[in-house]
Design a protein around this ligand. Structure first.
Ligand code: ADP
Length: 332
């Protein structure tokens, strides 16, 4: 609301400045013309008195009149030029205010959505774990029931842990993230991660395509774990039914290419850049059905950039998304 008022006020001030300036420009223009006419009249009287001219035609050809005329035209151009520069500056100012306002509104909306989702994301595993513990206290359960409930409680605790880690990592990204580099075989690392996810998501189908002779890279293991988990868990999350996920690792021209593709909902072109913004979630029905905070891809992008890599989003055919990461590698 405050912002809206400020924006309206700045528009009013700009409009007032524009009208005032136009008014002053017109006034200056006519005054310049009047001054020129008066000076020319005076000059004419002087030249007639000196008997140097006979009529208007000879007067306009004199050096003194030409000089006066040149100065008049020069002033006219000056007024015109300054008016143009001023109007352009105002228009640019208006555009910048508008853009900053739009960004501020988007950021505020993202922050509000984030607060809503984070409250839900934090509360729901706590409530589940609490309920499970209460059930343990109140009832004498059989071994299978205890095992099942304990498994659920562990899953919820894991969810909470991932969320808190994401929050801490995102906070660190803002200020102090520096990758803790070590030599890493990304192929072996991805094999390990995919193996864990296969047992966590038994309904999803993970395929790994690792090219031969892939070199080791210098990377932060914790950071890469976060990248892999965010991308792969998103692939599961936004596929809804049986997820078909492919991880492809190859090398070309001194770079390691790591692609994660799914056959899920896909990301519309106009959202492909925005999804890397902090707290941003695509505002469609599919996303609303899922849990999330809009932090994952922000963290992924920051980590990849800290490794001097680039991440892009492509469309998978016939549907789905491909996240393509290019990372520099020393030996190839
Ligand atoms: P979250 O998943 O917590 O919402 P992310 O930062 O991981 O946050 O993703 C941002 C948004 O990008 C998601 O809300 C979702 O709409 C979209 N998105 C991410 N990954 C995929 C994917 N594999 N397929 C379709 N949409 C995706």
């Amino acid at each position: 609301m405050q912002n809206r008022r400020l924006r309206i006020l700045s528009y009013v001030v700009i409009a007032y400045m524009l009208i005032a300036f136009l008014w002053w420009s017109v006034l200056l223009y006519t005054k310049n013309k009047d001054a020129f006419r008066a000076k020319a009249e005076l000059l004419k009287i002087v030249l007639i008195a000196k008997d140097q001219i006979k009529d208007d035609e000879t007067f306009k050809k004199t050096e003194a009149y030409q000089d006066l005329y040149r100065k008049y035209r020069h002033h006219e151009w000056m007024i015109f030029g300054e008016a143009v520069v001023f109007v352009i500056s105002l228009v640019i100012g208006l555009y910048l205010i508008n853009r900053a306002y739009g960004r501020e509104m988007d950021a505020a909306l993202n922050r509000r959505n984030f607060l809503l989702s984070i409250t839900h994301e934090l509360k729901s595993p706590i409530a589940s774990i609490r309920l499970i513990l209460e059930t343990f206290l109140k009832r004498n359960l059989k071994k299978e029931q205890t095992d099942k409930l304990s498994g659920n409680a562990l899953k919820e605790a894991d969810r909470l842990n991932t969320l808190v880690n994401d929050l801490l990592l995102a906070a660190r990204m803002e200020t102090a993230y520096k990758p803790n580099l070590e030599s890493m075989r990304l192929d072996a690392f991805l094999k390990e991660i995919v193996e864990k996810l296969r047992s966590k998501y038994p309904n999803s189908n993970f395929r790994l395509k690792l090219h031969d002779d892939l070199p080791a890279i210098e990377a932060d293991r914790l950071g890469m774990t976060s990248v892999a988990l965010n991308l792969l868990e998103n692939a599961v999350k936004y596929s809804f039914d049986q997820a078909e996920i492919e991880v492809n690792l190859s090398k070309k021209d001194g770079k390691l290419y790591w692609e994660t593709s799914d056959r899920g909902t896909g990301i519309p072109d106009e959202e492909k850049k925005k999804v890397f913004d902090r707290f941003y979630r695509v505002g469609n029905e599919d996303t609303r059905k899922t849990k999330g905070t809009g932090l994952g891809l922000y963290i992924v992008k920051e980590i990849i950039q800290a490794h001097e890599g680039v991440i892009t989003i492509l469309d998978n055919k016939p549907k789905g998304t491909i996240f393509k990461i290019a990372l520099p590698c020393a030996s190839y």
